[in-house]
Design a protein around this ligand. Structure first.
Ligand SMILES: Cc1cc2nc3c(=O)[nH]c(=O)nc-3n(C[C@H](O)[C@H](O)[C@H](O)COP(=O)(O)O)c2cc1C
Length: 229
């Protein structure tokens, strides 16, 4: 399939920050190369300056997902380019780099540095994070006092938002929120998403991407009509 001019093997990608591909390669070895779970790899969000992130605890498991207050820890642009980009370039899938600027100028500086890098197929712009001060505050519990809810708890809301967005815009959308199986991915595709991202489910099942692709294919024509949340 094709997404924004990029050829992809299937419509399943990872949610930014929910799958460390470099750590997964160390753990899964050869199987990682032959059974890479995503059609494209979305990096953890990077910022201009290095960030330590929020104090622990940062993750809180819920019956229906989790609350996180990670706070965008990352090496910053310079070390991302020198240390991570060469490694990401060897992944068996196109690389989407997630970037966040705390001002338009900061975002411009990041994109200016990365724009000509052949290793990068696309940029994902992170415009809002529920656990840094520019974001919307949702939930409570972690050390920071608040966090973002992810996983099955948000699936019905996410499906409704993707459906409404697809009616209003003509750009390709990546639907996400609580996807655990092929049926959930099929529902997002049926309401207008071009791709589907899997996030929290990766923590439970690091091979979830591949499993969901298989389940989606097995649904065949049944995938086309939205069914349940
Ligand atoms: C631990 C954790 C870290 C995340 N880090 C990022 C991030 O760095 N950048 C980003 O845009 N989204 C981040 N997200 C949001 C996910 O990419 C995804 O949008 C969200 O979790 C909803 O999908 P899900 O319900 O399948 O998890 C993070 C989510 C979790 C749970």
């Amino acid at each position: 399939m094709e997404f924004c001019g990029i050829e992809l093997a299937h419509p399943i990608v990872n949610g930014s920050g929910t799958y460390d591909a470099l750590a997964a390669r160390r753990v899964f070895g050869a199987a990682f190369e032959s059974e890479f779970p995503f059609a494209a790899y979305v990096s953890k969000t990077i910022t201009l300056a290095q960030r330590a992130g929020n104090p622990p605890p940062r993750l809180w498991e819920l019956g229906q997902g989790m609350i996180n207050s990670i706070g965008l820890p990352n090496k910053g642009l310079e070390r991302f380019v020198s240390e991570d980009l060469p490694a990401y370039a060897t992944l068996p899938a196109p690389l989407f780099v997630s970037v966040m600027g705390f001002s338009p100028e900061e975002l411009e500086a990041i994109l200016d540095t990365l724009a000509d890098r052949d290793e990068i197929a696309a940029f994902e712009l992170n415009f809002s994070c529920p656990n840094v001060k520019t974001g919307n505050i949702v939930g409570s519990v972690p050390a920071e006092g608040s966090g973002g809810i992810s996983g099955p708890a948000i699936r019905p809301v996410a499906l409704a938002h993707v459906a409404r967005s697809a009616e209003r815009v003509d750009i390709p959308l990546i639907g996400m929120g609580g996807v655990e199986c092929g049926r959930h991915a099929a529902d997002l595709l049926a309401v207008g998403a071009a791709l589907v991202a899997v996030g929290t489910e990766n923590f439970r099942d690091p091979a979830a991407g591949n499993r969901i692709v298989g389940e989606l294919r097995a649904l065949g024509d049944q995938a086309k009509a939205p069914q349940a949340v």
